[in-house]
Design a protein. Structure first.
Length: 204
């Protein structure tokens, strides 16, 4: 599931509400993660009280602009992460616009490895949150783009590419903007900026 919405529609509030609900229902023990909140950058992860995708799922990061590959975990590392996530109920990925299509594939593969299944994302509930009109991946193609056949062969070791986003994600949108409530003119101007359609008339 992908939940979108412009700034001020309550995406962060929704994430916090889901986290509280999971904790209230299942009462995770110390060191146990039932609601995994992750983001593609350290600042984004800090803002939602989570971890980076790379840290929690132990994915390699790019170095000097070079796209990272995918490496299977050692038996010891896999054992540790399985213990941490053994009762995982949901994964929330915030600021999904900055996640590349290749990193989405790496996340899927890591979850397959951790939970021992070939189902999408290890058969775990996963919620993507963000606005695809905001910042794109620093190095890579947007999460909703199909990975090229060449990249699939060199990075993933498989023959044919699949558009993971299109195959797995349903869409919904938060539409009530509480932040700009009561200021329709300012809200419309921000929407023009968001879509890259700001005109001289709008500025005036």
């Amino acid at each position: 599931m992908f939940i979108s919405g412009v700034g001020g529609t309550g995406k962060l509030f929704l994430i916090e509400a889901i986290k509280c609900l999971v904790d209230d229902i299942w009462h995770p023990k110390s060191g146990e993660i039932m609601c995994a909140i992750v983001a593609p950058t350290g600042i984004a992860a800090f803002n939602v009280g989570g971890l980076t995708i790379h840290r929690l799922f132990q994915l390699l990061i790019e170095h000097e602009g070079k796209t990272a590959g995918y490496w299977a975990l050692s038996k010891e590392a896999q054992k540790r992460i399985k213990m941490t996530l053994k009762n995982l109920k949901i994964i929330i990925v915030d600021e999904v616009s900055m996640v590349s299509n290749l990193n989405l594939a790496y996340l899927h593969m890591r979850l397959e490895d951790i939970f021992g299944t070939d189902e999408w994302f290890g058969s775990k509930n996963i919620l993507f949150v963000g606005d695809l009109l905001q910042l794109p991946p620093v190095n890579g193609r947007p999460v909703f783009k199909k990975i090229s056949n060449k990249l699939v062969k060199t990075r993933l070791g498989v023959a044919n590419a699949v558009n993971i986003w299109k195959e797995t994600v349903e869409y919904d949108e938060l539409t009530i903007n509480e932040r700009q409530k009561g200021d329709e003119t300012f809200f419309k101007m921000l929407d023009f900026v968001r879509h890259g359609s700001l005109t001289d008339e709008t500025i005036d």
